[in-house]
Design a protein. Structure first.
Length: 481
């Protein structure tokens, strides 16, 4: 009897592994899939339908919103903010090789002659900061801004440098600052997007990657507003579609999407729900936002804005109206500062297009009591060389090449000290010699002012944690009020 029992036991074991091997795999797969769907349903039930719901910061913020004036193409710090008498002495002569340090350039030789500052400088305000003559309006608010003269970056070309400044990475695919901020804090308004982008120049080298949400849910992507006509395409209802029909249609679609969200837990479904609802609200909020007829003539004159014409001035005025209505992050790109030739003509034009409105934004926010909680940022993706660019074959003369080693930006409001100059470059404006500020440091500081710890604002994706500053960045405490 014992032998028979052992024989049956052996047959059963052999039969199980020989005949049911495929079945075991199916059982294991079914178990895994069950766990996946269970976790998705749990995530869906735990996640609010509105992914833009307000969330608390890590600590008490000094700023609640950001207006980033991005001067795409890279203004010359040497001709606007960093007066260098030594360049006058060296003009027409090569810069000493020990200063260049083997640096290579795209369009000029390393032994190119120095180019003196093209504009006159004068001390401005009580702080005595030296500002070029082509920035007369900025000179009026210099005691309200912080000039950071020691910024440097890792990138040499426009698109990678723009993407790097905005996303912390030189290639497309990472979330932008505005996306990280809205992911971390949510929205203050239900009637407008929390993150809005405008462009007033000749295009943007880095393109939509500058305001992409990367691997974050696409609800955190910046919404691009147009300069003319409807701010967003198709914001007006087609003929025959009244408010009731549209509302009933959205309710039906929203109900179906919520059922699918409960089953799959896919955050992109939540994004779709939020997008439909936002589009519905934008039909009334966007036209009201863009209508400048309610602004006084004094305000329009302050900015130099014509309500009927697209311009940087109009965009700055709209940015103020946006943050008044709860928009969290506004990017205004003004492309066109890439002065490989005729730097004087290039910078006169761009300063003429942007200086009055940039300064007016600071003044206007201050007089309305909004500057204290609004961080304003001005600057490009890198600087310009102390050496001249001149190329007969390319038709270039009296310009400057790209220079990632040093450039100047200014910040105002939102917890920033006013009337301060921070950092310095050498006597030729080539290298940072005091209080270097890397782009990652600026990113960390911007998040800090909004109450976000850049080391804790993370998103887990593809098996690792991502953050805006990657594994870098430190808060620049000395410029904080």
């Amino acid at each position: 009897m014992q032998a028979i029992q052992q024989h049956l036991l052996n047959v059963t074991r052999r039969h199980f592994f020989r005949e049911c091997g495929v079945g075991v795999g199916k059982i294991a797969l079914a178990s895994l899939l069950t766990n996946v769907f269970t976790s998705r349903r749990a995530a869906a039930s735990a996640q609010p339908v509105n992914p833009m719901a307000p969330r608390p910061p890590h600590f008490a913020p000094k700023a609640k919103r950001v207006i980033h004036l991005f001067m795409a193409g890279a203004p010359s710090h040497l001709d606007l903010f960093a007066y260098k008498p030594k360049l006058v002495q060296y003009e027409g002569k090569p810069i000493p090789p020990e200063v260049i340090g083997g640096q290579r350039y795209a369009f000029i030789r390393s032994d190119a002659a120095a180019l003196a500052p093209r504009f006159k400088f004068a001390k401005q305000g009580q702080c005595g900061a030296q500002i070029a003559e082509v920035l007369p309006y900025l000179a009026q608010v210099v005691d309200d801004i912080c000039l950071v003269k020691s910024v440097h970056t890792d990138q040499f070309n426009h698109a990678p440098a723009q993407i790097f400044f905005n996303t912390g990475f030189s290639q497309p695919g990472r979330p932008s600052m505005g996306s990280w901020v809205t992911y971390g804090l949510g929205a203050e308004t239900n009637d407008l997007p929390a993150f809005i982008v405008m462009s007033t120049g000749s295009g943007i080298s880095g393109g939509a990657a500058n305001w992409s949400s990367g691997m974050l849910p696409t609800v955190y992507t910046g919404v691009r507003f147009r300069n003319q006509g409807d701010p967003i395409l198709n914001v007006s209802s087609p003929p025959g579609v009244d408010a009731r029909l549209q509302r009933e249609s959205l309710d039906l679609i929203g109900g179906l999407n919520r059922r699918r969200l409960a089953v799959e837990g896919d955050p992109e479904i939540a994004t779709r729900i939020a997008s439909y609802e936002m589009a519905y609200r934008l039909q009334s909020s966007a036209p009201e936002l863009m209508d400048l007829r309610g602004e006084t003539q004094a305000t329009l004159k302050l900015y130099g804005a014509d309500p009927a014409k697209p311009s940087f001035a109009r965009a700055c005025l709209l940015a103020r109206r946006m943050i008044e209505r709860g928009v969290r992050f506004v990017n205004i790109y003004h492309e066109g500062w890439d002065a490989h030739t005729d730097l004087v003509g290039n910078h006169r034009k761009n300063c003429g297009d942007t200086d009055q409105a940039s300064a007016a934004l600071v003044k206007d926010l201050k007089q309305r009591g909004l500057l204290e909680e609004t961080l304003v940022i001005w600057g490009g993706e890198f600087g310009r060389t102390p050496m001249v660019e001149s190329n007969v074959a390319l038709g270039r003369s009296l310009g400057r090449d790209h220079h990632p080693q040093a450039f100047t930006m200014w910040l105002a409001g939102g917890g920033i000290k006013g009337g301060v100059s921070y950092g310095a470059t050498d006597e030729l404006g080539f290298n940072v010699v005091e209080n270097a500020v890397h782009v990652h440091d600026l990113q960390a500081t911007i998040l800090h002012l909004l109450g976000l710890d850049h080391t804790r604002l993370i998103f887990h994706h593809a098996g690792r944690d991502f953050r805006l500053t990657d594994v870098h960045g430190k808060v620049v405490d000395k410029i904080l009020a």
